[in-house]
Design a protein around this ligand. Structure first.
Ligand code: C5P
Length: 301
């Protein structure tokens, strides 16, 4: 008996970042959109906790207790007085350390998979609570769709979306550490007054209307200057996407994946070809959003 859960990647269509808090985190107004690039997490009973990973970037994934999937299994088991004796296999398609919440997806996926395997029937609220303990982006990976995340990003309010948006993602050579990017944000804003992060009403309306042109005019990522400062070559990738017709070009989350909003599936194909031909990225991926959150795909329930 094993259970497989499919979990989406995300792009932040608005990432408004406030000043550093006493606990080191930053208050956010974080508008998440789940996109159709997925990891699949399979859990199977075993004699002890073990993680394996397959996929093109599998060698970059830590297979010890620092992996959020392992931490999810341990946290859920501890709440129920169980031993987390499972083999967790991650079929990885989400870029690693790319600013698309791949690690968070695996945490949310392992949590739902273990809950199903162990027959615990935890409520959505209980699972979201554990997700929030695991990391700021993990609750959204469970929820999917689109949502506004406040606090450090973990307090979610689901958002209505009136259509599907076409995206191209350019994968960079190498990764960026999220704490390092937030650290660079602090350095770059050290002498500026950092305003309270607030969700943009125009952006929420564009999502609700499914209007890609309006969404493109309102997307904003306050971490982008910090990501570009640490990874200046991304500026060239962004320029290539814009020249190829992207409605908006931005760094995804803390990067270094870059995200391009296209006006149609055909335009997304053209942008992807131009990015690949430019040699400014190592791979491109096409995906649309919103996508469903963590979902049990086998066995069917
Ligand atoms: O919550 P998570 O473990 O994903 O956060 C990783 C790191 O990103 C934190 O240790 C912190 O440095 C930074 N972070 C932050 N403010 C947030 C979310 C993350 O400073 N709201």
């Amino acid at each position: 008996m094993s259970v497989t859960v499919r979990v989406p990647a995300k792009v932040n269509v608005q990432l408004a970042v406030g000043g550093a808090r006493p606990d080191g985190f930053h208050d956010l107004a974080n508008v998440f959109l789940a996109v159709g690039l997925y990891d699949e997490v399979t859990v199977t009973p075993a004699t002890e906790l073990k993680i394996t990973c397959s996929g093109p970037d599998a060698h970059q994934v830590p297979l010890d207790a620092s992996n959020l999937a392992a931490r999810a299994a341990i946290a859920l088991a501890a709440r129920h007085g169980l031993s987390p004796d499972v083999h967790i296999h991650i079929a990885k398609d989400i870029p690693v350390a790319g600013g698309m919440a791949g690690g968070s997806a695996d945490g949310a996926g392992a949590l739902l998979a273990c809950d199903t395997l162990w027959g615990l029937g935890s409520s959505r609220e209980e699972l979201l609570d554990i997700c929030a303990e695991l990391g700021s982006d993990v609750p959204f990976s469970l929820l999917g769709g689109a949502a506004l995340g406040t606090g450090r990003g973990e307090l979610l309010q689901a958002l209505p979306v009136g259509g599907s948006f076409h995206w191209v993602f350019a994968l960079a050579d190498g990764g960026l550490s999220t704490p390092a990017v937030y650290g660079e944000f602090d350095r770059l804003t050290a002498h500026a007054a950092v305003p309270e992060p607030v969700a943009s009403p125009a952006l929420l309306a564009a999502l609700r209307d499914g209007d890609a042109t309006s969404l493109a005019q309102t997307v904003v990522n306050d971490l982008q200057p910090a990501a570009l400062s640490l990874f200046p070559a991304l500026a060239r990738t962004l320029a290539v996407g814009s020249e190829a017709g992207a409605l908006a070009s931005l760094v995804s989350g803390s990067g270094p994946t870059t995200a391009f909003l296209a006006k149609s599936a055909a335009s997304a194909d053209e942008i992807a070809s131009a990015l690949l031909a430019s040699g400014t990225c190592r791979a491109v991926r096409l995906a649309s959003g919103p996508a469903d959150g963590a979902t049990v795909v086998a066995p069917a329930v």
